[in-house]
Design a protein around this ligand. Structure first.
Ligand SMILES: Cc1cc2nc3c(=O)[nH]c(=O)nc-3n(C[C@H](O)[C@H](O)[C@H](O)COP(=O)(O)OP(=O)(O)OC[C@H]3O[C@@H](n4cnc5c(N)ncnc54)[C@H](O)[C@@H]3O)c2cc1C
Length: 498
């Protein structure tokens, strides 16, 4: 591009295309805001350009995960169309600025923040259900709350997670589990097609017919690695039977035998029932200065409450809980009930994960329950360890059939520490050390795999942990669609020969 001429929309897209052909070198150091022709970029967009001088900048620049709020983008582009995304990519390449994509901003490593251009996808949040195919088309910035509004009223649903703020494009590209996984699989298993803007500014329709390799990679290959999803279509399922939920909480009991008993019970229930459970240390302050271990068991059933109650009864008889709520509810209400039990939305947490193949082993139970009892504490109510049973339909897919490799039945274990805004560095660091130590103790009992949707900046060999045997194939796709490595992330799929 001739820099003495004004930048046009067409020129910016062409800059991207030229760069894709190797004519422009990406990666020049980002220069300061005033050096860039922002007015030209604004004029080329149908959507918005938000600069640090704009009143809405602070609200837009702050990701929901507050610990990543320190990176201030030089500009935020809020695309209204797919060509806007191509324009933003062309501009970033032309100006040598890094670009990061923000969906729901809930990523665990702050990959949606940058000191270059933040592509804020919140302008693309349309959800539209097609009854003739039973699929739902989602804009690239759609979040849980949007599908809740746009799809449930149609009597259909997707294998979504339970946080209304999570971006669906990020969720699906990283796998995507939830309370419907045993019967309906993972979010990525529902992906039918996608529209993607690649590093060269091209807008491609990706399906099994047009580009099966790229579609394969989008099913678990990790958000932000291959391009910008501006639209994607997911298979839905019909909500046609009863829906029930349960929450059972035990306090102050010996946790290891209880967790063992719960795991036995879970293994005997059908795929209509999905269970998640956690082993937490409650905040010492709530309990007059000492900490009580707490086990929380959540369930969703595509069945009446009697099915859950029948499964729970023998456990409850042996281990009387402090609280036990079991209800049959309209599906929307059961979804909302389960949505309440997740990480605090302030994003002040640190999470590690490991996949545990096979039945839950005594040794792993000991590590995870004892660790929960040792959590050093913070001003946030509780933290600890969690168990996501990995079974049912999601494990009936071959590890190589999609980029999401973790298909062995067993458990996904989570180790998490949360803290509050006012907590000093020592508290945060003590929690981090606790999580690291627990991870090291659990590693010998695991497959070594970690969940790519819970990006963990401290993993020693992250790409093997996230993608396993699928890594070479992912690298081949990356090298084809983004040969210059424009979409760069600290733990991103690298360009080059596997
Ligand atoms: C409170 C909370 C609850 C959660 N619950 C669950 C759960 O129940 N199940 C589960 O599986 N996971 C869950 N997660 C993890 C979540 O699925 C991942 O962190 C996911 O990647 C977040 O996506 P996002 O768009 O919100 O985040 P972002 O940080 O905006 O994006 C995450 C990654 O995806 C990329 N990306 C986002 N949008 C696009 C797009 N349109 N095109 C291309 N790349 C894009 C980003 O560049 C980034 O690399 C939860 C996370 C939190 C914080």
């Amino acid at each position: 591009m001739n820099r003495s001429q004004p930048i046009t929309r067409r020129g910016l897209v062409q800059a991207g295309l030229a760069a894709g052909a190797g004519l422009i070198v990406h990666g020049a150091p980002a220069s300061r805001a005033s050096a860039h022709p922002w007015a030209d970029l604004a004029a080329a967009l149908d959507g918005q350009l938000v600069l640090p001088t704009d009143a809405s900048y602070l609200a837009r620049a702050t990701p929901s995960a507050l610990r990543f709020a320190k990176d201030s983008p030089q500009a935020i582009v809020v695309p209204a169309t797919s060509p806007d995304v191509a324009v933003a990519i062309g501009f970033a390449r032309e100006q040598g600025l890094p670009l990061r994509i923000r969906g729901g901003g809930h990523g665990y490593a702050g990959y949606c923040t940058t000191d270059g251009i933040c592509l804020d996808m919140s302008g693309l949040r349309k959800v539209s259900f097609d009854p003739s195919t039973g699929t739902v088309a989602c804009g690239g910035g759609v979040r849980g709350v949007d599908v809740r509004k746009g799809l449930l009223a149609q009597g259909h649903w997707i294998p979504a997670g339970n946080c209304s703020g999570v971006g669906l494009a990020g969720f699906v590209q990283g796998g995507g589990f939830g309370f419907y996984q045993r019967l309906h699989g993972l979010g990525c298993d529902s992906l039918v097609e996608a529209e993607i803007v690649t590093a060269d500014g091209r807008i491609a329709q990706v399906s099994d017919a047009s580009d099966p390799e790229l579609l394969w990679a989008l099913k678990g290959g990790g958000g932000g690695n291959f391009g910008v999803l501006t639209r994607f279509r997911l298979r839905t399922f019909e909500i046609d039977g009863p829906s029930s939920v349960a929450m059972t909480i035990w306090r102050g009991l010996p946790t290891a035998p209880l967790v063992d008993r719960i795991a036995d019970m879970v293994a005997q229930t059908g795929d209509e029932l999905t269970w998640h459970f956690t082993c937490d240390a409650t905040s010492p302050d709530d309990l007059g200065g000492f900490s009580l271990p707490q086990v929380t068991l959540m369930c969703h059933a595509f069945a009446t409450s009697e099915r859950i109650q029948a499964a729970l009864d023998p456990v409850i008889r042996s281990y009387p809980p402090a609280i036990c709520v079991v209800r049959t509810l309209p599906f929307a209400q059961s979804h909302d009930f389960l949505s309440g039990n997740h990480l605090p939305e302030n994003g002040l947490w640190y999470v590690k994960s490991l996949f545990l193949p096979g039945p839950l082993q005594q040794a792993a139970i000991e590590v995870l329950t004892q660790a929960a009892g040792r959590w050093p504490g913070s001003s946030i109510g509780r933290s600890g360890t969690g168990f996501i049973p990995w079974s049912g339909r999601l494990t009936q897919v071959a590890p190589e059939a999609t980029a999401f490799v973790h298909r062995q039945p067993g458990y996904l274990a989570v180790i998490q520490t949360c803290w509050g805004n006012e907590d000093p560095d020592e508290i945060i660091e003590a929690g981090r050390q606790w999580a690291e130590q627990t991870y090291r103790e659990l590693l010998p009992h695991s497959s070594g795999g970690s969940y790519q949707n819970w990006i963990d900046p401290d993993l020693p060999d992250p790409l093997r942990a996230y993608y396993g045997v699928n890594l070479p194939r992912l690298m081949r796709v990356k090298t084809r669609v983004d040969p210059g490595g424009f979409f760069q992330l600290p733990q991103g799929i690298p360009v080059g020969a596997p």
